[in-house]
Design a protein around this ligand. Structure first.
Ligand code: FAD
Length: 299
């Protein structure tokens, strides 16, 4: 089994904020070319880590493992592979973990995954499968050698009994061995800091990295927010709706709002920023460079 790289967990507890980028496995070769171009444009920023999401279908899952392995092998960046429980038996999930390990990937983001019918569909357990992300945290722990991260939800997961019960779940995942969490997209710093407060009140100090998704295309972000259960606050809508027909203006405002969100989060102690890139580099670079020029992230 591969040796764990303890430096990610250590880095997230260090003084300097981490910054990281999330990609998804493209469905065709053209998309993959775009992704590799994006990766080569973002690598010079020297991110703390990059991660690749895991889909519900067979080819997309293979692509995730292959792309994450290639990042680990051919770049200097720390690669985190996402892994979900959807439509797989425990044996199949264990085999993906072993593939990751064999490819030198010792960082995994352990997730339940969204139901096959979409994020708002009812979760159906798979025969011989696992039910909750915590089961995967434990499985990775049993295999050994992995640094495991998990998902967190500033506004609560849509299926959770209550926002407090959802914080209890995050603390249970930390107690089971998760070393850090990355949040769902959100737009209000107060939602993020309330989650941190709830978790800390339970005696848990797991680093919680905010997930950042700038509004570049209003319809797309509105749909993602709706699916994930994130609220698009009135104060954001009031700034976007009047310019909704002007793509360039929406993009500029989206970058301005995301940059301000990052400033607010870092100013009040968030341990880092995780950018959902949608496999493009330009917006992320623009935000990063502004924060760097202001001395908020390391040179
Ligand atoms: P869990 O921790 O299992 O929680 C799911 C629900 O069950 C929650 O409501 C929770 O409160 C409840 N729950 C958990 N444990 C218990 C318990 N023991 N008893 C009772 N209730 C419980 N999806 C993908 O398909 N692929 C990806 O690559 C992917 N990447 C993501 C990355 C990030 C940073 C985030 C935030 C989400 C990502 N997702 C991804 C989406 C995620 O899989 C879904 O939001 C999913 O619905 C919940 O996943 P989870 O890991 O939080 O599940």
């Amino acid at each position: 089994m591969v040796d764990p790289d303890p430096s990610l967990a250590a880095h997230l507890r260090a003084e300097h904020p981490s910054f990281s980028f999330e990609f998804f496995p493209p469905k065709d070769d053209e998309g993959e070319e775009v992704l590799w171009r994006t990766i080569s444009e973002l690598e010079p920023l020297d991110p703390t880590f990059v991660s690749v999401t895991y889909g519900a279908g067979g080819t997309s899952q293979e692509r995730t493992v292959r792309i994450t392995a290639r990042i680990a092998e051919q770049t200097q960046m720390r690669a985190v592979g996402h892994l979900t429980l959807v439509a797989q038996s425990k044996g199949e999930i264990e085999s993906v973990l072993k593939h990751y390990a064999a490819a030198g990937i010792d960082h995994v983001l352990a997730l339940r995954g969204d139901p096959k019918g979409g994020p708002r569909a009812v979760w159906e357990p798979t025969l011989d499968g696992m039910d909750h992300a915590i089961d995967l945290v434990e499985l990775a722990g049993d295999l050994g050698g992995f640094c495991v991260g998990v998902a967190a939800f500033p506004e609560g997961h849509p299926d959770a009994e209550s926002i407090q019960a959802d914080a209890d779940v995050l603390v249970a995942k930390a107690n089971a061995g998760a070393e850090y969490a990355i949040t769902q997209l959100f737009f209000r710093p107060s939602d993020y800091f309330s989650l941190v407060d709830r978790v800390q009140a339970l005696g848990c100090d797991i680093p919680i990295i905010p997930g950042i998704m700038p509004i570049l295309n209003f319809a797309q972000v509105a749909r993602m927010a709706e699916l994930s259960g994130a609220d698009l606050p009135r104060e954001v809508l009031d700034q976007i709706e009047p310019i909704a027909d002007d793509k360039a203006a929406v993009r500029a405002k989206g970058i301005e709002l995301a940059t301000q969100l990052c400033r607010d989060l870092l100013a009040d102690g968030a341990p880092g920023l995780h950018f959902i890139t949608l496999n493009r580099s330009k917006a992320t670079r623009e935000i990063f460079e502004t924060l760097q020029a202001e001395g908020r992230v390391r040179d």
